[in-house]
Ligand binder design. Structure first.
Ligand SMILES: [Zn+2]
Length: 416
């Protein structure tokens, strides 16, 4: 087979993906809680593909069905068969009401930037009174920023949103964070690049009715949000800005600032950004996707602390208020919120799901792009492709991906 003509393939459609099918891996969540589980080999299953490119609209629909991306690799965990099911969680950024302790995180950082003199956070009591009249998240979040704060501040604090790029400064921060927060010393620039710089998302203009304030993004797509204190990069997040949500891909910070709960501050910033885009005339923008919520993992439980938030039902893909789900999550290994009687207990059994059946009319509409000798790209029905002929691996891989995408979305992708 000739090498794939990448530019030619990208010209074929907005969504061009290479199926990988089911993937089995060792569960990270058990391993971090209990070393013993490692040796027992608890496994987790996911369906995945590598995306050459994806429209933001298609990726939003994928998130709404439990998918997520790592670089250009997109995957959907299979919750039923997992020891630690990963539920998609989203926060309503428009209705979000920070709790007293969340407001405190914002105020503490502002106080440090404005009149702080060191890295030691001030001890309570804080300036928050129980009956504080109004707390505007958006103005409070921006208050310590240079340019917003017109008065004298002890430190210079800047937050900027920029297209994703590799720099030695970002990599140094990432390496520092992985070692300190995850005891992960297997870091390499190319892995960082693959995981947090590459993205398949196509940038598309955000339909503001009139030009937005200059600090807001003009396009949907993938970004790095950099936090600089006195010129130094102290934290950064990887964000996907999508038609109805901002998806938080990753956040890392310099451990020197760990006392300031910058991870929480970043969630509050993302909620504020959702609200600002919404209020600038984009009513569909509403949510912050906080990634996966794993009930069995205590570190992950903090994701449920932002309200109102919702969990995605693993069978119907409907959204359920977080607090309504907790009872089922406490009682069952696998919880189904739309049909509680589908919930499962006991250990995650071996994976016995067969090859999914896809209706013929969907298969007839699904396309395959192949690079011919000489580099020309030809689009053919999927049933005429070499992958389809490979009944052992590639055909099941494609059918599994289509099933996980759902029929509507399956017809919008072109396989290669
Ligand atoms: Zn597990």
């Amino acid at each position: 087979m000739p090498p794939p003509n990448v530019e030619g393939l990208k010209a074929v459609a907005s969504n061009v993906v290479s199926p990988q099918g089911r993937d089995i891996s060792i569960c990270n969540y058990c391993a971090s809680d209990d070393e013993k589980m490692w040796s027992e080999g608890e496994t987790s299953y996911a369906t995945g593909f590598t995306a050459l490119q994806l429209s933001c609209d298609a990726y939003q629909k994928m998130l709404d069905r439990g998918w997520r991306r790592s670089g250009t690799y997109c995957y959907k965990p299979e919750l039923k068969h997992s020891c630690c099911p990963q539920y998609t969680i989203k926060l309503d950024g428009v209705e979000f009401k920070p709790t007293k302790s969340q407001r405190k995180v914002v105020k503490r950082w502002t106080r440090f930037v404005v009149d702080g003199d060191g890295t030691r956070p001030p001890a309570s009591p804080t300036s928050i009174s129980p009956n504080e009249p109004q707390f505007s998240l958006v103005s409070s979040i921006h208050e310590p920023e240079t340019g917003w704060n017109t008065g004298q501040t002890s430190h210079k604090f800047e937050v900027t949103l920029q297209p994703m790029s590799y720099t030695a400064e970002k990599y140094a921060l990432y390496e520092n964070y992985q070692v300190n927060a995850h005891q992960d010393s297997h870091n390499m620039p190319y892995l960082f690049y693959r995981f947090l710089v590459e993205s398949p998302l196509l940038g598309e203009p955000i339909p503001y009715p009139s030009p937005p304030p200059p600090h807001l993004p003009t396009h949907y797509g993938s970004y790095h949000q950099l936090y600089r204190l006195d010129g130094r990069l102290i934290a950064f997040s990887v964000l996907d800005i999508l038609p109805t949500s901002i998806s938080s891909v990753y956040f890392m910070y310099d451990k020197k600032w760990a006392n300031f709960s910058l991870g929480k501050l970043s969630v509050l910033r993302e909620a504020a950004l959702v609200k600002e885009i919404h209020d600038a005339g984009v009513p569909d923008m509403r949510s912050v996707f906080l990634g996966f919520y794993v009930h069995s993992n205590h570190k992950m439980r903090s994701k449920g602390a932002y309200s109102p938030s919702y969990l995605l039902d693993p069978e119907e893909y409907s959204w359920h208020p977080f607090q309504d789900c907790v009872g089922l999550l406490n009682r069952h290994r696998y919880a189904c919120f739309s049909k509680p009687q589908h919930s499962l207990d006991g250990p995650a059994g071996p994976h016995e799901e067969g090859i999914p059946v896809i209706p013929d009319d969907v298969l007839d509409d699904t396309r395959f792009a192949q690079t011919k000798e000489g580099g020309e790209v030809q689009v053919i029905p999927v049933k005429e492709s070499d992958y389809w002929m490979d009944e052992m691996y590639m055909r099941p891989a494609m059918l599994t991906v289509m099933d996980s995408l759902g029929m509507e979305l399956a017809k919008e992708v072109v396989f290669y």
